[in-house]
Design a protein around this ligand. Structure first.
Ligand code: CA
Length: 294
């Protein structure tokens, strides 16, 4: 639910002044629906929040939702402004079809995307692409979102025959940048296999740091991001890679065959976050394997 609270009390300076207080309430009552309409429209237009009346703020600026789960239930799916705790407002796509509120979409990609995904660390950090189409929300922003609550994640993958599969992890967070945006996943469920976590240290993604072509934090002797393209939580190198152009890969769909150009097996992917009621995962020891992909 929205945290917006507008003008619920008469300012103390004009208490006892009946006419002034009534006027205050009427003005705020008219502004409140306008605020809501602008927010539903995704507008960044800021209404004057410090209109002076009796030398006091007329209406306090409302707080933005901290994530899509705080967008009003029943709102349509689309682009919204959220403001994670301690961060400036950002635009996100909210998938509002869930019965318990919106999912915050942090990635969307498709096989025939126009973007290459072969971006630098700083570009991944602040996000790129078109929030209406294919995009990466930004590794820093994903981290900031996941530090304010406990979240679960859903990876949705459509194959070439338009069959939708999903993998849920009941916990999801990213460590901060000084820790390489290391990925923390909880327990798996869903119709797509548990391809993000693995006993095979060459293919695992859970507990891996994020790597890009200009920041190699994988466990491979070479640079997985340079070799395969796109930023990802590479080990040495991957069983899942969804931040690429044309070769979206999820686990067994690769059939264990690792090649520089995996077959294009999936045609669309989404990552969605939703607050979880589960406990955070324990931080497991860092993988230190440095084997190759072949
Ligand atoms: Ca390496």
């Amino acid at each position: 639910m929205s945290k917006t609270t507008l003008c619920l009390t008469c300012p103390p300076q004009i208490k006892g002044e009946r006419a002034g207080c009534d006027l205050f309430g009427k003005l705020c009552g008219r502004l409140s629906p306008l605020w809501q309409a602008l927010r539903l429209a995704g507008s960044s237009l800021m209404l004057p929040s410090m209109l002076s009346f009796c030398s006091i703020p007329l209406c306090a600026a409302p707080a933005w939702p901290r994530d899509c789960s705080e967008v009003l239930v029943g709102s349509p799916s689309g682009v919204y402004i959220i403001q994670p705790t301690g961060l400036h407002p950002i635009m996100v796509y909210c998938e509002m079809s869930g019965a318990n509120g919106g999912w915050t979409v942090i990635q969307r990609n498709r096989q025939d995307t126009d973007i290459t995904w072969a971006e630098s660390w700083s570009t991944y950090k602040h996000g790129f692409g078109n929030v209406h189409a294919e995009f990466w929300l930004g590794t820093e922003y994903i981290h900031q979102i996941t530090r304010q609550k406990i979240y679960q994640v859903r990876f949705i993958i459509w194959d070439a025959a338009n069959n939708m599969k999903f993998a849920d992890y009941n916990l999801f967070s990213l460590d901060d940048e000084s820790q390489g945006y290391r990925l923390r996943l909880g327990a798996h469920s869903g119709t797509a296999e548990d391809a993000m976590d693995s006993d095979n240290p060459r293919k695992v993604h859970n507990n891996m740091k994020f790597s890009t072509k200009d920041r190699d934090q994988d466990t491979y002797r070479g640079n997985c991001a340079s070799r395969y393209g796109g930023g990802w939580w590479y080990s040495a190198c991957y069983s899942v890679q969804l931040n690429v152009k044309g070769s979206l890969t999820w686990g067994k769909l690769c059939k264990g065959t690792w090649s520089p150009l995996p077959s294009p097996l999936s045609r669309l992917s989404w990552f969605l976050l939703f607050p979880s009621t589960n406990q955070p995962p324990s931080h497991e020891q860092e993988q230190t394997v440095s084997e190759g992909c072949a």
